[in-house]
Design a protein around this ligand. Sequence first.
Ligand code: 5MM
Length: 341
Amino acid sequence: MNLTDLNKVALAMVTPGKGILAADESSGTIKKRFDAIRVESTEDNRRDYREMLFRSQEAMSKYISGVILYDETIWQNAKDGTPLVKLIEESGAIPGIKVDEGTQALPNCPGELVTVGLDKLAERLKKYYERGARFAKWRAVIDIGAGIPSMTAISVNAHALARYAALCQNAQIVPIVEPEVLMDGDHDIDRCYDVTQRVLNKTFQELRVQRVALEGMVLKPNMAIAGKKSPKQASVQEVAEKTIRLLKSCVPAAVPGIAFLSGGQSDEEATAHLDAMNKIGGLPWRLTFSYGRALQAAPQKAWSGKTDNVPAGQRAFSHRARMNGLASTGKWAAGLEKQAA
Ligand code: 5MM
């Protein structure tokens, strides 16, 4: 492992003013997104949609540091035969790859999940590196509910995240470590805070046990935020302050950067929260975005599967990428949202 090079890639992924586009929806998830805009989820449509994003010159060259791809996409070519990976590289962004293979029910823990995909991962990483991937992503899913999460679910998921991270670094690939505490329930922000703290502490314990070099990774956590169904929603300032307090208590300063998931927040909420955290400032790590839905909902709607709508889709994507780019340095303001391209 060359830690200097891993660290360089990790720092580039969290370049101030830029963040990561999570375009790694698995087949089931992209079908759900396409269903919502009444587009059939064919291989060509998925290619056309993603090609539209990766050819958005303004967004990709100014505000996107890296793109997380799904296995199908990393092997796909654009309509003119150019590999999609090449489009990403030419824009100045770094190609990355989702390497987990989804979740399975966790035995003896009703309602809880464990992320799978470690088998043959070393071989798969080698092929992804040859294709151009310089970072990877693995997502663990922790749900909050009555009596959950169990310590069992937290432990096995943390163990798998660390196994994956060690294998990535061994293959000269920067691991994005994503332990996602879902915001689907009716819990308040303090319950999310407590659960996320347990999850992050266990994850960093496992990363240390498995000798993962913290300088060569990026953390992708949820924010401290109330569940979507909670009657007690927290203000933007409270989310920002509690998330910073939480991360300071669990994330070592050796980690170069933290790139948040959006988790079901509205586009503008995700931007406002990131901006408020960066306005607080004085942080040991760079804070940016690794959004899926909060970057793509607008371009998906604008595109709606029609070639004529590609420029509108690209404008919508560039706008969200710019807003989040500004938020990554604490320079966003709600008024800028009205200047939609
Ligand atoms: C883009 O969505 C990613 C893939 O989800 P599936 O494996 O379920 O298809 C997802 O892992 C994503 O990278 C993160 O959850 C962040 O996305 P959001 O939409 O929460 O910002």
